[in-house]
Design a protein around this ligand. Structure first.
Ligand code: ZN
Length: 75
């Protein structure tokens, strides 16, 4: 899945066996971009933080992305 698909802002592709691993990679990348002061990622992270204010919204976002991940063909 790409950074963008995971709530980020670029086309960087993450590959992992599990969605949890994928989320971890995306989080790490997000932190790197945050530290680099990348404006597009800062904006994307602000949106995610807005989403996290509601645990129910966050949960449904997470579940939706997990389904998206599981629907991907094996490569
Ligand atoms: Zn990115």
């Amino acid at each position: 899945m790409t950074c963008q698909q995971l709530g980020g802002a670029c086309d960087k592709v993450f590959r992992a066996d599990t969605f949890e691993e994928m989320a971890e990679l995306s989080k790490k990348h997000g932190m790197e971009m945050f530290q680099a002061g990348d404006a597009a990622h800062l904006e994307a992270m602000a949106k995610m933080q807005e989403l996290m204010k509601s645990p129910a919204d966050m949960q449904s976002w997470f579940e939706g992305k997990k389904k998206e991940f599981e629907a991907l063909p094996e490569e």
